[in-house]
Design a protein around this ligand. Structure first.
Ligand code: CTP
Length: 217
């Protein structure tokens, strides 16, 4: 199986030394890439800036901004069987990045933001040759929001995690997830190390891919 995994945060520049970003550590995406390498799949890991080592057998594509991630995903998906979109993409970017460092202001000032492109929603929905697995980071109404994102973002599968606490989800070594599908009941995976969760995700993704291929033939 050829799998593309995106991981980590994006950074949206304000000026040459400042940016807008989020708390994503990349640990979940890297754990999925590692589990896929262990299972001898062909792995492309498209990664935002993180402080962890990549699995030695993965092909690494480094990105910084959401626009770079958009281009990298569109470049690599046509030749993959599964896309796992684990990256925490910034929803907004500064309307204009200053080319010189902004000087300190003594008064309040407003930073004008513009929405970034939604990468998952931009992928072709019909007749695509690959399976799309999205992630949903939620602090409330997890099931409702995840099921809505599954449809709105044209995903085949969406993995929802609660990011409201410090002991699970973003930055943590642990996670607890619920996996939603288009055509079957959700599966809950109780709290465990991200490496363990990653192996379970990979198994479920492989089963979904097989089911999809069987349907097509
Ligand atoms: N995503 C994307 N492009 C964006 C933002 C998010 O492809 N510009 C992807 C993420 O990689 C993830 C999924 O969409 O797989 C859901 O991300 P999430 O942050 O939970 O959803 P948002 O669309 O940002 O919605 P909200 O912030 O309102 O929850």
């Amino acid at each position: 199986m050829r799998i593309v995994v995106t991981a980590g945060p994006t950074r949206e520049p304000i000026d040459p030394v400042r940016f807008i970003s989020n708390r994503s550590s990349g640990k979940m995406g890297y754990a999925i890439a590692e589990a896929a390498c262990e299972a001898r799949h062909q792995v492309t890991l498209i990664s935002g800036p993180v402080a962890i080592d990549a699995p030695p057998n993965a092909k690494i594509v480094k990105i910084t901004t959401s626009d770079e991630l958009y281009e990298a995903v569109h470049q690599h998906v046509p030749a993959c069987d599964v896309l796992v979109m684990c990256a925490a993409v910034s929803d907004y970017k500064p309307a204009q990045a200053a080319t010189r460092k902004l000087e300190k202001q003594t008064r309040e000032f407003a930073l004008r933001l513009t929405p970034t492109r939604d990468i998952l929603a931009s992928l072709a929905d019909e007749n695509r040759s690959y399976l799309v697995v999205g992630f949903a980071a939620e602090t409330h109404d997890l099931a409702v929001s995840a099921e809505e994102k599954l449809v709105r973002k044209h995903c085949d599968v969406i993995i929802a995690n609660d990011v409201s606490g410090r002991d699970s989800g973003m930055e943590s070594d642990d996670n607890e997830i619920t996996i939603f599908f288009r055509d079957r009941d959700p599966i809950h995976i109780s709290r465990a190390r991200k490496k363990i969760i990653a192996r379970k995700i990979l198994k479920i993704v492989c089963e979904s891919l097989e089911k999809r291929l069987t349907k097509k033939t």
